[in-house]
Design a binder for this molecule. Sequence first.
Ligand code: KIV
Ligand code: ZN
Length: 385
Amino acid sequence: MSNRVQIFDTTLRDGEQVPGSQLTTEEKVVVAKQLEKLGVDIIEAGFPVSSPGDFNSVVEISKAVREPIICALSRAVPGDIDAAANALQYARRGRIHTGIGSSDIHIQHKFNTTREKILERAITATKYAKTKVEDVEFYCEDAGRADLVFLAQLVEAVIGAGATVVNIPDTTGYCLPEEYGSKIKYIFENVSNIHKAIISIHCHNDLGLATANSIAGISQGARQVEVTINGIGERAGNTSLEEVVMALTVHKELGLETGVNTQFIYPTSQLVSKMMRMPVQANKAIVGRNAFAHSSGIHQDGFLKHQLTYEIMNPQDVGVDKSDIVLTARSGRHALKHRLELLGFSFDKPALDELYTRFLEVADLKKEVNDADLVDLARTAIPVE
Ligand code: KIV
Ligand code: ZN
């Protein structure tokens, strides 16, 4: 089995479904070009049948972006598949992503039909999409809550009909990591033609488990993972690209790799956040403002002695300039001394102790002590040359 995990970015499709985050075609092209620079393998550019604007975005992205595969979403109906195929006409490598509900909840309440009819519709849609493009991905919507035996039957049927990739989405973010991993394992063990397709992971974050579930699925043999920048997406969002990529990068013992140029992660996160008007939470893994900031005295002291004490990756590896020592009322003398030295001041121990006492008085009144505050404090003390 290959050790290369394909990164399927759906920021511009599932990510863009967030209310208030819609982008114009021009903005989508800018993001798509940045994703190409980042090194993703597949860009899901939109859902062409949904609106003329989305159709046009898939057309323009197909023209502007040459390296990644360009993917267009469709439901398992001919009109959607036609729209997806037309929108992809300029793509160097185009993929249609079609699919249908796979859980009984979806089959009964959304489609008002039976498992047998779903199998028929899935096969028909896959075969029809195959008449348009060679590369057809099939999604088994709500696979996270689907009956496992039926899910395996559906996967086998669509691979038989020509699907090159089969997506096993945890659409509602319901699964626990072990449970999701077991589903993927079951599929590998019970689908006879599994070697003819790539299994894809697509998790939502309703329980905050999207990244953990995605890693569990990859560990069981899935070789494509569907992600968004900053984890944006419906409700609590999708699996975040930066978290999966860095988990695989940091945990070398997994023996897995991606094609992502990780130093473009932070600039891409900033671009998407600004364009989609979605601020990144300060403590967001990898790309949050505090992801490489140290503010407590114990951590600052350890970090200043050796970076590895409190960091598991270099900020530069993800495109962040440097780690940050934030001075607050929880900071210690070591951090204060370090920052004063950066500002050009050095003090002997008694002077530093005295300064530290006054620093705490200021810090107790402020969320963060900045460089201007420190210069004021330092000027009232006597510098030692
Ligand atoms: O979450 C989901 O099931 C989806 C599919 C349309 C792939 O986004
Ligand atoms: Zn989704």
